[in-house]
Design a binder for this molecule. Structure first.
Ligand SMILES: Nc1ncnc2c1ncn2[C@@H]1O[C@H](COP(=O)(O)OP(=O)(O)OP(=O)(O)O)[C@@H](O)[C@H]1O
Ligand SMILES: [Mg+2]
Length: 317
């Protein structure tokens, strides 16, 4: 049995509570991530993906809900020692490698910051060795360690961000759209690097992205987020091939296929919650391991829809 490393239970994160501009950025979200697994979180801009990641990292105090990391509720961490241990274990890689690297710091100092804060190196020599090793690990030339971030390309800067995260030997990394800002030709290289590192370092990822095609290859399981809710969740392949929630379908229909005949008949579905119905919707299991945000009454409908989709694909192959 796989070990659950992170469990998010009924997480809610609102901003400006009680004011006119109150936002329910994350609204009752639950999922878990097993050790060594990649959980992909997809959804359009403003759906609450980054907020989910940031709250897991304790950058926000959740409005309610639980975040259990390695058996411990992170919202209840007290004391400097426990805090430092958590900050070392859990790291983040950001979308914009330009904005997230201090332009006035040399690469070696950016990478060494975490080493020093966590007292992971004892001497200047050890510090230098460790930085060089990290640069090699992410495919950068150690002889460039005295350069500044602007002297690197976008892809190389993202590698610096990855080296910085790796420096403290974390177990869990939130990758917040780490390839969205990169050229398509570079994206696969960075994804491959993240996958290699996952294997060699036994890492667990929460991988955030806008579209399904980007997370499908890297993720074991996927959650589709919209307007603060997880609308569908399941094994990556299942979501990608047999997504049944109308919103997942609309995301899937937004992925262009290199087939003109398909393109012509492709319909873009847009999804809107119907404000008139007030059915008790929550994430419910419609097939083993496949969850849809729906009411109890609608579960059979989605279960049937899923069966039909699977049958159609099998009949075609
Ligand atoms: N600190 C904050 N104060 C107020 N509102 C916030 C704050 N952080 C996020 N929000 C709001 O919460 C909602 C979710 O934002 P979030 O950044 O999590 O979305 P996202 O899915 O990561 O979007 P994107 O794909 O654009 O990065 C948005 O409406 C956003 O404006
Ligand atoms: Mg975001």
């Amino acid at each position: 049995m796989a070990k659950v490393l992170l469990e998010v239970k009924g997480l809610k994160q609102s901003f400006n509570i009680g004011r006119k501009n109150e936002v329910k950025a994350v609204n009752d979200v639950s999922f878990h991530i097993n050790e060594g697994e990649t959980f992909g979180l997809v959804g359009e801009s403003g759906s609450g993906k980054s907020t989910t990641g940031r709250t897991i990292l304790r950058l926000n105090q959740p409005t309610s809900g639980e975040i259990i990391y390695d058996g411990q509720d992170v919202t209840k961490i007290k004391g400097k020692k426990a805090e430092t241990a958590f900050r070392k274990d859990v790291q983040m890689i950001f979308q914009d490698p330009h904005a997230s690297l201090n332009p006035r710091m040399k690469v070696k100092d950016i990478i060494a910051e975490g080493l020093e804060v966590n007292r992971l190196v004892q001497s200047k020599q050890e510090r230098g060795q460790r930085v060089n090793q990290l640069l090699e690990t992410v495919g950068l030339n150690p002889s460039h360690s005295s350069r500044y971030p602007h002297e690197f390309s976008g892809g190389q800067r993202q590698r610096i961000g990855i080296a910085r995260a790796l420096a403290v030997d974390p177990r869990f990394i939130v990758c917040d759209e780490p390839i969205s800002a990169l050229d398509v030709s570079i994206q696969a290289q960075v994804v491959n690097l993240l996958q290699d590192l996952q294997k060699s370092h036994g890492l667990t990822y929460l991988f955030i992205a806008h579209d399904l095609s980007m997370v499908k290859h890297i993720s074991d399981r996927i959650g589709v987020m919209y307007n603060g809710h997880l609308l569908e969740m399941g094994i990556s392949e299942d979501i990608y091939r047999y997504g049944v929630h109308p919103y997942t379908e609309s995301l899937l229909s937004a992925i262009p296929l290199p087939d003109p005949a398909y393109e012509r008949q492709r319909q873009r579905i847009t999804y809107q919650n119907d404000p008139r119905d007030n059915q008790q919707r929550e994430l419910r299991e419609v097939a083993p391991g496949h969850f849809v945000y729906t009411s109890a009454e609608e579960v059979p409908y989605f279960a049937k829809k899923l069966q039909k989709k699977k049958a159609a694909v099998q009949a075609a192959s």
